[in-house]
Write a protein of this length. Structure first.
Length: 379
């Protein structure tokens, strides 16, 4: 198929680094299946990497986390210009804000929208006044935008599918694909490092990701006399109301056994230094951090919430703990820290799960099949 006749696919993502870290495998699969892939995003430093894949890059103003009407209208206007110039047959919107703004921009265009809802975000998790005020509006917009024409809402786990059904979105407008795929060829099982057992947390430093309960659990274990370290990889996120503050992070890293690695380009470096992966999150779509840890053969600890329990199979790939239960979290980590054989058993099972269910190849195939089906329906 020539590029001129290839179906045009537009990804809409808030930031270039997020596209590269979370959507690159499926975009590659689409490209390899004959799609002409375009990416609309706020460009920071990922332009060369995106264009090196053969994708067409469109820089747009995208103020992630803000809900001001002026910023939203700027983004919608930029996306409408792209629709006018590119005429994509499909638009894949990544996360809630992109889904709303991207779908609004596509009204009146002959474009089917795939609205990927990755864990539902702050508006659905938080109990703050702001979140409670926003939620009815977001629910109305989701119903309206996801059920227009052949549009679909794409979710990553059965709990999120059921949540959309409860909002009134019908089954034929919902698709379920478990994640965006993990590169199981690049991320291989690795031997544990020598020394004190180390727990790794990879992700944005948010209350909703469970970083505060995790620090508290590590300190509790240390107070019990357990030799345990915590390695934190990820940045603060000022656009998210649940982000930790610089002063808080500074206070943590002054404690013995707690280190912060910041943003890490090669995540395998973190798992090579760690014995256990922990993510005591409040809700996930499908957590990439746990998938990558599983691919590297690390045992997992997470909260028993949507998304996490798709990867952490209790007493098989790791241990699940109740939400907001710091004592249970400390106990689970302590159990794994005390037993190298248990870590090895869980880690081996986690690797098998990553390869068989969540590999980039498997997820890419499911994603392109969805694209193909939507194009066929739209004709």
């Amino acid at each position: 198929m020539s590029l001129a006749s290839a179906p045009r696919l537009l990804y809409v993502v808030s930031e270039d680094w997020y596209f590269l870290s979370h959507r690159l495998p499926m975009a590659r699969a689409a490209r390899d299946s004959g799609y002409d892939v375009h990416v609309a995003t706020r460009v920071v430093d990922g332009a060369k990497a995106i264009e090196a894949e053969g994708f067409k890059l469109h820089a747009i103003p995208f103020a992630r986390g803000r809900v001001g009407p002026f910023a939203a209208l700027q983004t919608i206007a930029a996306l409408r210009r792209i629709h006018r110039d590119v005429h994509p047959v499909l638009a894949h919107h990544v996360a809630l804000q992109a889904a709303v703004l991207g779908s609004l921009a596509a009204i009146g265009c002959r474009t089917t929208c795939v609205n990927a809802l990755t864990g539902f975000g702050f508006t659905f998790i938080s109990e703050s006044v702001k979140a409670r005020l926003l939620k009815p509006l977001i629910v109305f917009l989701l119903r309206f935008l996801c059920m227009r024409g052949k549009n679909v809402a794409l979710v990553q786990n059965p709990d999120d599918r059921d949540a959309l059904l409860s909002l009134g979105i019908t089954t034929n407008h919902i698709a379920l694909i478990p994640g965006s795929g993990v590169d199981v060829d690049r991320l291989q099982p690795m031997a544990e490092p020598a020394g004190t057992p180390t727990v790794a947390f990879v992700g944005r430093l948010l209350e909703d990701k469970g970083i505060r309960p995790l620090v508290a659990a590590i300190r509790q274990l240390q107070d019990r006399g357990t030799a345990i370290n915590l390695l934190i990889a990820g940045d603060m996120d000022p656009a998210n109301p649940s982000s930790v503050k610089t002063s808080e992070l500074d206070e943590w890293t002054k404690s013995p056994g707690i280190a912060w690695a910041g943003h890490v380009n090669d995540i395998a470096e973190i798992w090579a230094k760690s014995h256990i992966a922990a993510l005591p999150s409040r809700r996930e779509g499908l957590p990439k951090a746990l998938l990558e840890a599983a691919a590297c053969g690390r045992p997992l600890v997470a909260t028993d919430v949507p998304g996490c329990r798709e990867v952490v199979i209790a007493d098989k790939t790791g241990l699940l703990v109740p939400l907001d239960d710091r004592n249970a979290l400390a106990d689970a980590i302590g159990t794994l820290a005390a037993s190298a054989s248990l870590r090895a058993r869980y880690g081996a099972a986690a690797r098998i799960l990553a390869v068989e269910k969540f590999s980039a190849t498997a997820i890419g195939r499911q994603t392109t099949q969805l694209y193909d089906r939507l194009i066929a329906i739209s004709r």
